[in-house]
Design a protein around this ligand. Structure first.
Ligand code: MN
Length: 467
């Protein structure tokens, strides 16, 4: 298991010369973001000399599908199945003693000043401030005691205060329950975790399922956790830094704007407020960050969602083969699906299932099973040659979309589905793909030479051939 902990994963990447190391002094304002963007989609980056801090920063721990698959220890094609199996068969966490837990080697409860203590970057030009972006937010359901894990953008709003965007999913549910009783909701924010923990936190799992247990299932061994020092929350014991605190009831303060994943700013408004009462950390901790809109950020959403969508679409049609949330669609908005159509009209049902599968889905392209849906040129070829807009296009009006898509009416969005499957009653010859016979039998590398024996003209001047 290459990614059992944050540090193992970094060591593994470094052993293959896969970490970009920046030793020159860098500023937390814009400079960390710039290097991270430059290496995004290629390598993690380690900043060993952050101006004003003793703590190094790591960004982009995985930013390609191959790297995530490598962390999981499976092939690209098996990632969705691996994920679904983990959701179905979670592995309970294993609790460690405080004295054995690296993340509690140091405990700070007084004079907390987030921005003085931690190298928290500022990313985009019009961001309101410094943001924690790669923190696993762990909360406990006040009713069932089950934990939930998610990631939120967290603005540094004061010495021990964070502004949080908490969208209406599981954490929000628990918070509302507490707030109705005038209670704060305890929270732990965990920094410095491996790619599997990051991925598992984004699983589309039912309310009541602890995402750390999904991570345990993917890893094939329980996640070691330790109880926080000031709140009743279990956190990964081998993480780097944990912020312990509370989401305050009935308090909202200014947060944003913040450069978000679609490459536009999420606007300023009054949002939830978290106070931080304790910070625990390993000795010589490493600060983890993630650039919003980077491939790391986008793939963290895409890989778990593809798994969830695959299951949802197969409930509609068991002949759905693969799904792909494309990069150009910000790994959220555009879905390509391959399937073996057995009944006319079936692809359109799959389009409706995809619209219902996640509110972010805005465009769905359905192609036949033999198409490589990870090859955008092949997919476009299907749109070009297997699609007629007057009968193969589905448009849904006024559905819920993403509030972060500026072309929507505050999140109210149209949806578009393109059925690019070949009609079942088509003359097979019309769609016969051209082919050159026996190409696979030729050893081209052996049969082609790159250096002419004499002058090139010797190949067409007969007299020179006889010399
Ligand atoms: Mn959840």
């Amino acid at each position: 298991m290459k990614s059992s902990f944050f540090r193992n994963w970094l060591e593994y990447m470094a052993s293959n010369n896969n970490i970009g190391i920046v030793e020159k002094p860098v500023s937390i304002t814009h400079e960390i973001a710039a290097f991270t963007k430059y290496l995004d989609g290629k390598n993690p980056v380690l900043f060993s000399n952050v101006e004003g801090y003793d703590i190094p920063v790591v960004a982009g721990i995985a930013s390609t599908r191959e790297q995530f698959a490598d962390a999981i220890g499976c092939s690209l094609k098996d990632m969705s199945t691996k994920f679904l199996d983990a959701i179905d068969n979670p592995v309970p966490n294993q609790r460690m003693n405080r004295e054995d837990a690296p993340v509690q080697e140091n405990v700070v409860t007084e004079d907390i000043d987030l921005l003085t203590m931690l190298p928290i970057p500022k990313f985009h030009k019009k961001d309101s401030g410094h943001y924690i972006t790669a923190g696993l937010a762990i909360v406990r359901d006040p009713k069932t005691g089950k934990q939930n894990v998610s990631i939120h953008r967290l603005q540094v709003s004061g010495k021990n205060k964070l502004g949080a965007l908490i969208l209406p999913r599981h954490t929000y549910n628990f918070y509302k329950y507490a707030e109705e009783r005038d209670q704060p909701l305890e929270i732990a924010i965990v920094l410095g975790v491996d790619p599997i923990l990051m991925l598992a936190s984004q699983a589309i799992a039912p309310l009541g399922q602890d995402e750390l247990e999904i991570a345990g299932a993917i890893k094939g061994e329980a996640v070691s956790v330790v109880k926080c020092t000031t709140v009743d929350i279990d956190v990964p014991a081998y993480s780097e830094i944990v912020l312990e605190g509370k989401i305050l009831p009935k308090v909202r303060e200014s947060e944003g704007p913040f450069g978000e994943f679609p490459s536009y700013y999420g606007p300023e408004s009054d949002k939830h407020v978290i106070t931080v009462d304790a910070i625990t950390h390993r000795s010589c901790p490493i600060f983890q960050t993630c650039l919003a809109g980077s491939d790391e950020n986008l793939l963290l959403g895409a890989i778990p969602r593809e798994a969830g969508l695959l299951r949802a679409l197969r409930n509609t049609s068991p002949m759905v083969k693969e799904v792909h949330l494309t990069r150009g669609g910000k790994n959220r908005f555009h879905l390509v699906v391959s399937m073996k159509k057995r009944n006319e009209g079936e692809a359109k049902n799959v389009i409706f299932a995809a619209f219902a599968g996640h509110y972010d889905i805005k465009q769905v392209i359905i192609v036949d099973e033999e198409i490589d849906i990870f090859n955008s040129e092949q997919v476009e070829w299907c749109v070009a040659t297997r699609f007629q807009a007057d009968k193969d296009l589905v448009v849904a009006h006024g559905a819920l979309g993403s509030k972060l898509d500026p072309s929507t009416d505050n999140g109210v969005s149209a949806k578009m589905g393109l059925d690019c499957t070949v009609p079942l009653d088509a003359d097979p010859f019309d769609y016969e793909v051209t082919e050159i016979p026996n190409m696979e039998k030729i050893d081209f590398e052996a049969d082609i030479q790159w250096k002419a024996k004499n002058k090139l003209s010797s190949y067409w001047k007969e007299e020179s051939m006889t010399k």
